[in-house]
Design a binder for this molecule. Structure first.
Ligand SMILES: *[C@@H]1O[C@H](CO)[C@@H](O)[C@H](O)[C@H]1NC(C)=O
Ligand SMILES: *[C@@H]1O[C@H](CO)[C@@H](O)[C@H](O)[C@H]1NC(C)=O
Ligand SMILES: *[C@@H]1O[C@H](CO)[C@@H](O)[C@H](O)[C@H]1NC(C)=O
Ligand SMILES: *[C@@H]1O[C@H](CO)[C@@H](O)[C@H](O)[C@H]1NC(C)=O
Length: 308
């Protein structure tokens, strides 16, 4: 059976797709775009901006895509960049390392560096560094929340304590799994662990070479509290975060037909933010009828409803 999970893992979001496909053609031809700017070692990001209009500063939207930590490429989200640029924003779409060549700490390092790069460099592209809006979906929302929490708490990442991030005006986190534990059972993200390896994604657990990347990833990180923004915040005392995480406001977006991650993930993270930082602003947007990635696919399809 094709699960939501294997759907998400389809080539659709992969890096090896046909260079002649629609995304690549738009990407290569779009004029208001600077491609492949290096920001952290080999990692690169794209900036969509109005090249002839950089004097009046525009708000900046970063988009951290999902892809189950094991797939994803910024070219797959060219239409997000174009949509945002045409809507009056400067858009920043970074790539980040993925498993197994990258660990979660590497991914956090990339997200963290991409935010810092944006703050330090976006003015040249007509972006206002004081109006950075961080948007992220699914695994990208998890990595963004983890980056925010670790940098706020000054926790080590790859052996280096993270310093606070620059001020982010809004963090819009969509359909993210913020803890990888039993809370996920019953949702397709966890099929790989809860016995569904053979049925869920066409693999066979008794033959290790057959276990594909997401189940391997989940086996490595399942119950690992150091990669969960909820679990990390649980260790912090009430009212102990006094800078509101350096986030002007959070918006958590969840959809009623998300079979991949449970709503409790967003709810429990909001609860921990509120407990440790009661003056933080947390909006909650619950959209009926949408699945885990309906919004993402809607934008990729050029559907005006989802673009709006
Ligand atoms: C800038 O370029 C856009 C097309 O990308 C054009 O519509 C607009 O008129 C140009 N503005 C100026 C000031 O040249
Ligand atoms: C799973 O793999 C093992 C070892 O290769 C094999 O003996 C077994 O028949 C496989 N099971 C299925 C359902 O394919
Ligand atoms: C911390 O806050 C929670 C919920 O807001 C409350 O239940 C708990 O008693 C508080 N703990 C302390 C030590 O004040
Ligand atoms: C935040 O915590 C306060 C108690 O400290 C509680 O009254 C309020 O309902 C909480 N809000 C959310 C969104 O959890």
């Amino acid at each position: 059976a094709k699960s939501v999970l294997s759907f998400e893992l389809d080539n659709d979001f992969g890096v090896d797709a046909n260079p002649q496909d629609e995304d690549h053609i738009i990407y290569e031809g779009y004029p208001n775009l600077e491609r492949n700017i290096p920001f952290n070692g080999e990692k690169a990001l794209d900036v969509y901006y109005q090249k002839n209009g950089t004097t009046v500063k525009k708000p900046v939207v970063m988009f951290i895509y999902g892809g189950s930590w094991v797939t994803g490429d910024k070219i797959r989200y060219t239409k997000f960049g174009v949509l945002l640029q045409k809507s009056g924003y400067v858009a920043v779409l970074p790539n980040y390392r993925i498993y197994p060549s990258g660990t979660i700490e590497d991914m956090v390092d990339d997200v963290y560096s991409a935010i810092k790069w944006t703050y330090n460099n976006i003015e040249k592209y007509g972006g206002d560094p004081n109006q950075i809006i961080l948007t992220a979906h699914s695994a990208g929302a998890h990595l963004s929340a983890l980056t925010i929490v670790k940098s706020t708490l000054g926790l080590n990442n790859n052996g280096v304590p993270l310093t606070p991030l620059p001020f982010i005006k809004k963090a819009v986190l969509m359909n993210g799994p913020y803890i990888l534990n039993k809370d996920l059972i019953g949702h397709t993200i966890i099929k790989g662990i809860s016995g569904g390896i053979s049925s869920g994604s066409g693999n066979n657990q008794s033959d290790p070479s057959q276990i594909t990347l997401l189940p391997k990833f989940l086996l490595k990180y399942y119950n690992d509290n150091n990669i969960s923004p909820i679990a990390l915040l649980k260790k912090a005392a009430n009212n102990s975060i006094t800078n509101q995480f350096n986030i002007g406001e959070f918006t958590f977006f969840y959809t009623s037909k998300d079979g991949t991650v449970p709503e409790s993930s967003a709810k429990n993270l909001i609860k921990e933010i509120n407990r440790t930082s009661p003056s933080s602003i947390c909006n909650y947007v619950y959209e009926k009828g949408l699945e885990h990635a309906t919004l993402i696919f809607g934008i990729r399809d050029g559907d005006i409803y989802y673009e709006n």
